[in-house]
Design a protein around this ligand. Sequence first.
Ligand code: SIN
Length: 479
Amino acid sequence: MKATNNLLITESLIDGKWISGKKTFDVNNPANGKTVAKVADLTVSEAKQAIKAANIAWKKWKDTTAAERADLLYAWYSLIIQNKDQIAEIMTLECGKPITESYNEITYGASFISWFSEEGKRSYGDTIPSSNPTNRIVTIKQGIGVVAAITPWNFPLAMITRKVAPALAAGCTVVLRPASETPLTALALGKLAQEAGFPKGVLNIITGKDSSGIGKELSTNPLVRKISFTGSTKVGRILMSQAADTIKKVSLELGGNAPFIVFDNANIDEAVKGALIAKFRNSGQTCVAANRFLIQDSIFEEFTKKLTIAVSKLKTGDGLKKDVQVGPLINKSGLEKVQEHLKDATEGGAKIQIGGHVIKDLFFEPTVLSDVSTQSLIAREETFGPVVSLFRFKNEKEAIELANNTEFGLAAYFYSQDIHRCWRVAEQIESGMVGINTGMVSTASAPFGGIKQSGIGREGSKHGLDEFMEIKYLSFGGN
Ligand code: SIN
């Protein structure tokens, strides 16, 4: 198969047709503010149509076999890989991330499709011994129905495939609402899904600026059986409460405030490498980004010095340039949040080791702050930017207390070479994912998700499929 000619699509996809709508909105490149494309600005009434189409398509799609669905998913996966150059460019243009990161995201995001194309074939039920000698008990798993997926701008491809692939593999149909900052990657995926041969109405994509109106429709329409959302805890709360009226199944992947602990017996050079990954991926704009670096007193100076040197070598700029490692922030409000956190931290006594300024427009210097107060904003909220904030601790007990002192519980990281400590700390940390001597936890084969106010449910792994399935119990009597 050859690469597809033009993947810069600006229309929405409903019931197999490309829809322009009455208005358009601009998608801008955060690296230079230029308009990349004008995209269909659809409304609640088109969202309703998409849900209807998905519901009609579901009646047939649910009766296809897992193997038939796997073939289509695998064809979709292959097309994404064949078209990775075009998709990577579109992704960098609309969200600003360095092009090497866009390529990485394509590999990562596509891996959810290949993973779930296989996993769908293994959605086993149980046979259960019955206490009644004449009865037999069996369970089967079935796709839940129409799924609404609402996805963020920071991973314009992977956050879609992590939801849509398991939903389709399970026999569900989907209405996807991608972030209005990054609809172009989503529409390219839609075009390739069509090319792969998915029947009309199985995957629908609604682009539009009216995020609260479309979100309300997706979370309240009775035909939608499940809503899966990645984004802020604030919006997650709203969607969850809206979904309550029709008792929808809900999966939420929300904000984080990840601790990154370095103990005195850590390999400091490895911890510095891990810190760069955990902090600077996508310019710090990830929910799993390390937000609070907790460093043991006796190694604080050494770690700070080594990390500051490493950060000084990071190259910031337009993500389309090959050697750039840190791109712009997504928009003005993202930049303002970083500035507000920095101001608050320095007013509270934090010292700037490096960085601390806007370079130009939405570009912010990779920054290291030391001796940050635990009372600062940065300690409580995710900064979502290229700022490392270093806090001190004295012993393991204090480190765990500080790490858990947040309403969030998505990812956590720590470095130690003591295996007993590794188990102890990993078990006591309150988060859905723990990186031990690594700054990266994301992979299709592992369950991604949070506890506390970081979310509900898991994506990826064998558990990611169950989120889109119901267990039906069959009781056979009179044997
Ligand atoms: C996120 O944290 O925003 C997603 C990151 C990932 O899947 O690695």
